[in-house]
Design a protein around this ligand. Structure first.
Ligand code: GRF
Length: 189
């Protein structure tokens, strides 16, 4: 059997996508190992999810460093110590800088809750609803220096449920969890 690909998951919030990836690995749908969870928010719920699975967490606040380069250098060092090969962004609410982009060229992926190139950046679901679109969706893409601009790996459409943000969001999250696992199966070979 081939080796499990060592990955790190980056998250700033709840971590439901982290959870979906971790469970897919446990159920042997995905042949990878989460060596580290990286978060920029020391109170993010993803930390509890990781700890309950015994996965190490690196919580680092950018404001504790004198520059973005130093912040990312600290992360890079931890990733190297763990021999991580791929970075999986799952609700990491920061633009990745050149230190990590160079360290992991073409090996950083992200999930975004819209059909890119529509509705980049924050609150993509709110943007779609404010715009009145009837169909939105989910995109998994490679990360480049732009905001949600890298090459697209997989997309899936989701119907907007009129005037119901909560239900639309729930439908998008459910699709995210399946789509991320499907995309990672494809690329982590
Ligand atoms: C997801 O909607 C993801 O697409 C976006 O941030 C959200 C993270 O959710 N980038 P979670 O923390 O994985 O629950």
């Amino acid at each position: 059997m081939s080796r499990a690909i060592p990955i790190a998951v980056f998250a700033s919030g709840s971590g439901s996508n982290f959870q979906a990836i971790a469970e897919a690995i446990e159920q042997q749908q995905l042949h990878a190992k989460i060596e580290l969870v990286v978060t920029d928010k020391p109170d993010a719920y993803v930390i509890k999810r990781a700890e309950s699975k015994g996965i190490p967490v690196l919580a680092v606040r950018p404001k504790d460093f004198s520059s973005k380069e130093e912040y990312e250098e600290a992360i890079l060092q931890a990733l190297r110590e763990k021999k991580v090969e791929w970075l999986i962004l799952a609700g990491y609410m920061r633009l990745v800088g050149h230190t990590l982009l160079q360290g992991f060229a073409s090996r950083i992926v992200n999930i975004h809750p819209s059909l890119l190139p529509s509705f980049t950046g924050k609150d993509a679901i709110g943007q779609a609803m404010d715009h009145g679109v009837k169909i939105t969706g989910v995109t998994v893409h490679y990360v480049d220096e732009g905001m949600d601009t890298g090459p697209i790996i997989m997309q899936k459409a989701v119907d907007v449920i009129d005037n119901n943000r909560e239900e639309t969001e729930a439908a998008i999250h459910a699709v995210e969890h399946d789509l991320y696992v499907a995309a990672l199966k494809d690329i982590l070979k």
